[in-house]
Design a protein around this ligand. Structure first.
Ligand SMILES: CC(C)[C@H](C(=O)O)[C@@H](O)C(=O)O
Ligand code: SF4
Length: 468
């Protein structure tokens, strides 16, 4: 059993009781809410006449259904309008802060938390959304939960959970040119599998994470869930503290110094014990691209897609299913895959560093005439900052559409969808069948700079070649 890790420290200090089921009751420090998984939870509270236990620790925003071409009300889609109205009413009735577009703070819930400074080291965080693991980048225990748990957290401020094992994943050395945090997590998932993390919290450590920016750490932690882990985290350090300094909800003055020394004490001890340890070499990682229907079905961009020979029958079956949907051929080169749509955005890669890096690639160039490109900033503050830096202009001059903040084509709960069997190069985190709005649509996951490169060439492209 893991001991003296950040996971253990946060778990123990938030564990307020053991239930007859053997599960622990964890006190939740921050509850983030969005429009998709909250309506029934609020209805349940209403039916029972219960109020929200900690309204000042509960924050809502609207991200999944929001249109990105115009946020004028009422939305064209009446279903989306109804969901927005429900969240407006629920947050008002229950006294919860709602970051809607007029507030200037709306965005994808996992971008809003960190950017406002709500997400802080040592916290337990819950949100009715699987990518809540993003917040672990700050040294938090952050859990994605379902609607019935959203109800429980609203009503009690607690979440019942089974204890997790802890796997330390070290990536040591220096990342080669063109390799981004997205490639690091796609590589880890490729090696450990989409179920490899079941029952675990992942602790990301080693040279690569020490040197990584907060935004990069968020990208990695975001996709922990795609590797099956219940949570993922990085121990807080100077990079964490300087990101948080001066943000709206960050402690100020003396409280800041006190917080920093407490945050420092939370990191896993030198002699911490783990349930498992995996070590990778940074030098082995290349720019990655998925070719299949799970985030683990990926190759280095300069490789060929896997053959179906010399593998187990089970593996052969799953790869064959992926090939059938993707209409791709075993052994073909990844760079031969054509691309019709380029999507830059999502809670994985919709932050400033992502937009800056992608803009750098397309600056002064035009995307391929057969490619439809959209850039969707992760939040209003990201959008405004990008515009201040002229990134909107760079993207538009290159032929991309510049949109309003939201989840957009990451899961296509709004009008941004693939059409027919279009192939998209996407900076998001899921490539399941139908994920981007068309049952036949095909998604290739990659980093934002790789999406930009694919958009320019009209096919999957090696960012390292483009730079030459
Ligand atoms: C709609 C929501 C419940 C869902 C999730 O939990 O992850 C979405 O954000 C996703 O990425 O698939
Ligand atoms: S951007 Fe995508 S992965 Fe993130 S919360 Fe929205 S739908 Fe889920």
């Amino acid at each position: 059993m893991a001991r003296n890790t950040l996971y253990n420290k946060i778990w123990d200090s938030h564990n307020v009781g053991v239930l007859p089921t053997g599960q622990n009751q964890l006190l939740i420090g921050l509850h983030l809410v969005h429009e998709v998984t909250s309506p029934q939870a609020f209805d349940a509270l209403r039916e029972e006449g219960i109020s929200v236990a900690f309204p000042d620790r509960t924050f809502a925003t609207c991200d999944h259904i929001i249109p990105t071409n115009s946020t004028n009300r009422p939305f064209d889609d009446s279903q989306a309008e109804l969901m927005m109205e429900a969240l407006e009413k629920n947050t008002k009735d229950f006294g919860i802060t709602f970051y809607d577009p007029p507030s200037g703070k709306q965005g994808i819930v996992h971008i809003v938390g960190p950017e406002t400074g709500l997400t802080q080291p040592g916290m337990t965080i819950a949100c009715g959304d699987s990518h809540t693991s993003t917040h672990g980048a700050f040294g938090t225990l952050a859990f994605g939960i379902g609607t019935s748990q959203v109800r429980d957290v609203l009503a009690t401020g607690c979440l019942s959970m089974d204890e997790l094992k802890v796997r330390r994943i070290e990536v040591n050395g220096t990342l080669p040119e063109g390799v981004t945090p997205k490639d690091v997590i796609l590589y880890i998932i490729n090696k450990l599998g989409v179920r490899g993390g079941l029952g675990y919290a992942y602790e990301y450590a080693g040279d690569v994470f020490d040197a990584m920016s907060m935004e990069g750490r968020m990208t990695v932690c975001n996709m922990s869930i795609e590797g099956g882990a219940r949570a993922g985290y990085v121990n807080p350090d100077e990079t964490t503290f300087s990101y948080l300094k001066g943000r709206e909800f960050s402690p100020k003055g003396k409280a800041w110094d006190k917080a920093v020394s407490w945050w420092k004490s939370l990191s896993s001890d030198k002699d911490a014990q783990y349930d498992d340890l995996v070590i990778f070499k940074a030098e082995d990682i290349s720019p990655m691209v998925t070719w299949g229907i799970t985030p683990a079905q990926s190759v280095s961009v300069n490789e060929k897609l896997p053959l179906l020979t010399g593998i187990s029958e089970d593996l052969k079956k799953s790869l064959s299913d992926a090939y059938a949907h993707m209409k791709l051929t075993p052994g073909q080169k990844a760079v031969e895959i054509p691309v019709q749509v380029a999507f830059i955005g999502s809670c994985t890669n919709g932050r400033m560093s992502d937009l800056r890096a992608a803009a750098e690639v397309v600056k002064g160039k035009r995307i391929h005439p057969d490619v439809r490109g959209i850039v969707v900033p992760g939040s209003i503050p990201v959008r405004l900052q990008a515009m201040k830096e002229g990134l909107d202009k760079i993207f538009e001059d290159a032929g991309f559409e510049w949109r309003q903040a939201g989840c957009s084509m990451c899961l296509a709960m709004n009008p941004d969808k693939l059409i027919g069997d279009e192939i998209s190069a996407s900076s998001s985190n899921r490539n399941f069948i139908g994920r981007q709005g068309s049952p036949k649509g095909r998604t290739l996951l990659m980093s934002p700079v790789m999406v930009a490169a694919a958009a320019l060439n009209g096919h999957v492209s090696d960012i390292r070649e483009l730079n030459k």
